[in-house]
Design a binder for this molecule. Structure first.
Ligand code: 5GP
Ligand code: ZN
Length: 112
């Protein structure tokens, strides 16, 4: 999709700081990091959100999580928070599936 930011970043037509690439998935640094490690894990194929990825290809979703683990292994001792926002109400601003890999600092619990 020519007008999709993350399609263009994953294709390399918009620059980013890549940290890991596979045939199906890219991982690059978030432009506005909220933790010492804040990397976005993105499928190259356009899916609107993580639920669409899961419906289309559980294998691709598993690969996204494997890439997240590999990023965390390299940067923050293998420990990380993985965040998928689904929908505007949940804070999703880019309608192309992505996982936020957050790590490198202690994090409070999100749930009670
Ligand atoms: P969302 O809010 O959709 O869950 O996450 C989108 C993320 O993309 C945000 O954390 C935002 O900082 C990041 N972002 C937005 N535009 C760009 C960009 O052009 N390059 C990079 N590397 N990250 C971006
Ligand atoms: Zn896209």
């Amino acid at each position: 999709m020519d007008d999709c930011l993350f399609c263009r970043i994953s294709a390399g037509t918009i620059p980013s700081t890549m940290v890991l690439e596979t045939e199906a998935v890219v991982a690059f640094r978030d432009i506005a990091p909220e933790a010492p490690t804040h990397v976005l894990v993105v499928p190259r194929a356009h899916h609107v959100d993580v639920s669409a990825v899961a419906a289309a290809s559980p294998t691709l979703l598993a690969e996204m999580i494997d890439v997240a683990q590999r990023v965390a292994d390299a940067e923050c001792g293998g420990q990380f928070r993985l965040v998928f926002n689904v929908g505007e109400m949940a804070g999703q601003t880019i309608p192309h599936a992505h996982a936020h890999v957050l790590g490198g600092a202690p994090m409070g619990r999100v749930l009670p």
